[in-house]
Design a protein around this ligand. Structure first.
Ligand SMILES: [Mg+2]
Ligand SMILES: [Zn+2]
Length: 183
């Protein structure tokens, strides 16, 4: 099975400097539901892989995290798409856990559960941590510029992605085209 792993903040919804803390602050990009549906139709399951240090810092409650997850699912399902799962790292960066990206723990755990072909899968994110985690897991990597990082920031990333897209919609188009060329 092929999967597209998605970072949440900056990819599915607008990011903000002080954490996306509740439903009021969750601004889902207008193209997100259709882009996820397009990936599903091309044969990809979509799984969200998200660092949520705001939970450890008690800036984001578990209830608010789940309310945001339900809203993303609701919007995606309203166009006929599906997000198969959401994985979160709820630890502090200082906890040195295996799950917090750039570690690939959440991706590898999902792959073990589901029999996922990681080499045919993609990680899409807006930060260098996402790219490193995806690469360590053996996935293809796509960086989107819809997050908080500027083009200049991205040019300085030591770890460059396989592809750069302006947003999730363009990333999905790229993946679907790649699949149709190779098959
Ligand atoms: Mg992000
Ligand atoms: Zn963690």
């Amino acid at each position: 099975m092929r999967v597209v792993f998605l970072d949440r903040d900056g990819v599915i919804n607008e990011d903000r400097d002080d954490y996306v803390k509740n439903l009021d602050e969750l601004k889902i990009f207008s193209y997100t539901p259709a882009a996820i549906k397009k990936l599903n139709e091309a044969g990809f399951e979509v799984h969200v892989i998200s660092n949520q240090q705001g939970v450890a810092k008690r800036l984001v409650s578990e209830d608010d995290l789940m309310a945001m997850e339900r809203e993303i699912r609701r919007q995606v399902e309203s166009v006929g798409g599906k997000v198969s799962s959401f994985s979160y790292c709820r630890h502090f960066a200082a906890d040195k856990c295996d799950c917090r990206k750039p570690n690939p723990g959440m991706i590898l755990a999902k792959a073990g559960e589901r029999g996922i072909d990681l080499h045919e899968s993609y990680m899409i994110g807006d930060s260098e941590k996402d790219i490193i985690a995806g690469r360590r897991a053996g996935c293809k990597t796509i960086l989107v510029t819809s997050g908080l990082f500027t083009e200049d920031d991205i040019a300085r990333f030591e770890n460059q992605p396989d592809y750069i897209a302006c947003d999730l919609a363009q990333a999905a188009d790229h993946i679907v085209q790649s699949v149709s060329i190779s098959s």
